[in-house]
Each structure stands twice: as structure tokens, then as C-alpha cells.
Ligand binder design. Structure first.
Ligand SMILES: Nc1ncnc2c1ncn2[C@@H]1O[C@H](COP(=O)(O)OP(=O)(O)OP(=O)(O)O)[C@@H](O)[C@H]1O
Ligand SMILES: [Mg+2]
Length: 399
């Protein structure tokens, strides 16, 4: 190497290190200004119509309960409009089961008997295919409809953690890495769980450190059995909290590494998110080919990916865009048994909410164009309800 080349090399690493540190410092400053570490995310109230919808009762029945002074006392606004907190919706669910005639607890849908913990992995190695948006909204939908949900952020970029109001770097929260690391510092997953602003929805955050798992695993595999059985690490970690939850949602990183493989081995079902465009579909086909081969190797090593169901979910769909509509038709012709019937539409309501680290369930409808919000919410609910039904079917419940 000549002197000039060596100088360029030294210059590059030193420069990017300094710039990386500077960006991180300034971003942290910005984040502290916009969202102080001690600021807790709050949650808006839900309208009577929303509360009735999540509970699965008619609006007139919910109104009647209030008029008769039963259940909970909603906030009554000027003009008589009623609103409920998520905690009140949760309380009403229990009240309806206790005071209903039915023996079966139909308002609290928690698993019972032999129904096993559902672990849903959201995957695809294509960046930006909507994994985190899907995982975030699904977790909140399941919690609002009465399920006990644990979301686990497996992406070192920690986007889901941020969306759920957690900033591992700032808040010094421990990440899921602590539960799957190979050394003696491993911690039980119960010590890593954080509540969110939604009742019944907890999260185990991610952090950049999680990337270490990708380097640790091949080393551990050389050392012995613990590494060779890497695919059991999330399964084993979840064992401890199995009884506390109905559903676990795993948000995977955009790569087909050991984190994604470990997630898939823990999964009882898989959602593959795909944006209906040629390049995305080509990338997904590569993903499927590689994944299929890797799973075969994992099986030879004694692991398995044993799923109740898996589905492709079309994301950020614009039905008026002809090439996209054609791509959806193309996918349906090949993948139909595994395609979710409902697609997630592209909407500024979702991307705008994301700008302030919020989801559709968190933003106020009145703060947006109502028609835009309603269209997005309708699409989101159609997707999430379809997934909820798949979960209940996996439990053997008849629709
Ligand atoms: N239905 C949608 N309508 C509009 N914008 C969307 C929609 N779904 C996702 N987005 C936006 O697209 C971007 C990428 O989405 P998201 O972060 O969910 O993808 P991802 O697959 O998790 O990405 P990564 O691979 O980086 O983890 C985000 O800015 C998000 O707000
Ligand atoms: Mg993501």
C-alpha cells in the first residue's frame, strides 16, 4: 500500500468515527429536547363507537350500559359525546363477562385449556417493507381487543421500541440481547419487559448491542452445543413468561441472519410483509429461496420451524397504481392460499403518525383529515382482524 492510500484509509475510519459520534450526539440532543427521557407516552381516549367496536358490542348497548349506570363511567363531553380510556375498555370487558349470562368468557379472549402461546414473527429482508408498522399496529390491536400481548423488538435499529415510546440508548433500558446472549451475563426475560401506554401490551426493547448476536452465534457454534442450538434461544427465553401472555409479536430486522432465524424457530406463525412492486417481489423471492434452504439446515441440526399458519401481507398498497394492482394479481395467482385477503393500503395517516412516533390507534382522528384517517383505519382493522381470526383458529376456536 502506498503512503497516499494508507492515509486515505486512516482518514476514512477516523472521519466516519468522528462523524458517527457527532451525529449521535446531536440526535440525542434533539431527542431530549423533543421527548425528554422522563416523558411517558400517554394514550388518547376512544370514542363510544371505537370502544364498542373493540369490545364487540353494539354502540346502542354500550350507550344503554352507561345510561343505566353499569360498568364504567365514561367521560361525557359537551354535546353528550362519550369517550373511554383504554383501561376502561379493559375493565368493561371483564364486567361484561362477569355480568353476562354466558358461561364462556367471550369478552376476555385470553387463551384457555390447551391453547398455546401464539408467537408471530414479522419478517422479510427487504428494508422498509412495513414490518415494524405491521408489528406495532398488530400488537396494539390485539391488546385493544383484550389479548395479553408481548412485543419483542429484534431489530438493532430499535424502530419498534421507539414507536412504543422507548429509547434504549437514552433510557438505558436493557434489550432482548440480555436474554439471548451466550455469556454469563444472561438475564431472565422477565427483567427486560417494559409496559407500554396500552394496557395489556408490554415490550422488550432492542438496542444496537443486539447486533452482537450475529457475531456471537457463529463463535458459539464452534465452541459447542449451546451455539449449535442457537435456534432455541428465544423459545427458551419465552418459557419463563409463557403463562403471562396470549400472543407474542416479534419484529425482525431486515436481514436473514441469526436473529431472524432464531425468531422463526420460536414462531408459531409468520407474516411476510411485501410491497407490491417488481423489485420488492424479486427480493422476496430471493428471501424465500435462501430461507427455505437455511431452514433445511436448521432442521438437520435438530431445530424446526413448526407453524400453525403463515401469510403474505401486501403493504403500502395503492390500488389506483396499475403496476401495483397487476403485481397484487400476479402474487394472488401464485400464492393465494397464503395471501391475507386484506391488503394494507398506503396512507399519509400512517406515515404522518409515524413522524411523531405514533400509530393510527394513538393519533387523534380529529387531528387528521377524517376521510384519510377512516380509510387507513378501515384497512388496518381489516388486516388485523383477519390475523386475529387466524390466531383464534390456531387455538381451535370456531368462528
Ligand atoms: N401503510 C403505510 N402507509 C404509509 N406509509 C407506511 C405504511 N406502512 C409503512 N409506512 C412507512 O414506510 C416506512 C417503512 O416502514 P416500516 O418501518 O414499517 O418498514 P420495515 O420493514 O420495518 O423497515 P426496516 O426493514 O427498516 O425495519 C416508515 O416510514 C413507515 O411510516
Ligand atoms: Mg423495521
Amino acid at each position: 500500500m502506498n503512503a497516499v492510500a494508507a492515509q486515505t484509509k486512516v482518514g476514512f475510519d477516523d472521519t466516519i468515527l468522528a462523524q458517527g459520534r457527532e451525529i449521535s450526539r446531536r440526535l440525542n440532543q434533539l431527542r431530549i429536547e423533543n421527548f425528554p427521557p422522563d416523558a411517558k407516552k400517554t394514550l388518547r381516549q376512544f370514542s363510544l363507537a371505537e370502544a364498542a367496536y373493540f369490545l364487540g358490542v353494539s354502540t346502542s348497548n354500550l350507550k344503554k350500559l352507561h345510561l343505566e349506570g353499569k360498568g364504567v363511567e365514561p367521560t361525557v363531553h359537551a354535546g353528550g359525546r362519550r369517550s373511554y380510556s383504554a383501561e376502561q375498555i379493559r375493565e368493561l370487558r371483564r364486567w361484561l363477562d362477569q355480568n353476562g349470562r354466558s358461561e364462556v368468557k367471550k369478552y376476555v379472549p385470553s387463551r384457555r385449556g390447551n391453547e398455546k402461546l401464539q408467537v408471530i414473527a414479522v419478517v422479510n429482508f427487504k428494508g422498509g417493507s412495513g414490518k415494524t408498522t405491521t408489528a406495532a399496529h398488530l400488537g396494539q390491536h390485539l391488546a385493544l381487543t383484550g389479548h395479553r400481548v408481548l412485543s419483542i423488538d429484534l431489530d438493532p435499529q430499535a424502530s419498534l421500541s421507539a414507536l412504543y415510546g422507548i429509547q434504549p440508548e437514552l433510557d438505558h433500558y436493557l434489550s432482548i440481547y440480555e436474554a439471548i446472549r451466550y455469556d454469563d451475563s444472561r438475564a431472565p426475560i422477565s427483567t427486560l419487559i417494559r409496559p407500554t401506554n396500552f394496557p395489556d401490551l408490554d415490550i422488550v426493547p432492542a438496542s444496537l448491542e443486539l447486533q452482537e448476536y450475529e457475531y456471537d452465534t457463529p463463535l458459539a457454534m464452534q465452541k459447542g452445543n449451546e451455539g449449535k442450538l442457537f435456534f432455541n434461544r428465544i423459545v427458551n427465553a419465552l418459557d419463563e413468561v409463557d403463562a403471562r401472555y396470549d400472543v407474542v409479536v416479534l419484529d425482525c430486522p431486515p436481514q436473514l441472519g441469526y436473529l431472524t432465524l432464531t425468531a422463526l424457530s420460536a414462531a408459531t406463525s409468520v407474516l411476510i410483509t411485501v410491497h407490491p412492486q417488481m423489485l420488492d417481489l424479486m427480493s422476496m423471492s430471493q428471501f424465500l429461496l435462501m430461507l427455505g434452504d437455511i431452514i433445511k439446515t436448521v432442521k438437520q441440526a435438530g431445530g424446526d420451524v413448526d407453524l400453525d399458519w403463515f401469510r403474505y401481507l401486501i403493504t403500502r398498497y395503492e390500488p389506483t397504481d396499475l403496476p401495483q394492482a397487476q403485481m397484487v394479481g400476479f402474487m394472488q395467482s401464485m400464492l393465494t392460499p397464503q395471501m391475507l385477503k386484506n391488503e394494507m393500503l398506503k396512507s399519509t395517516a400512517i406515515s404522518d403518525a409515524g413522524l411523531t412516533k405514533q400509530t393510527l390507534y394513538e393519533v387523534e382522528r380529529s387531528a387528521m383529515n377524517r376521510a384519510t384517517y377512516d380509510r387507513a383505519m378501515e384497512s388496518m382493522e381489516a388486516v388485523n382482524s383477519e390475523i386475529r381470526e387466524l390466531i383464534h383458529e390456531a387455538w381451535g376456536r370456531i368462528k
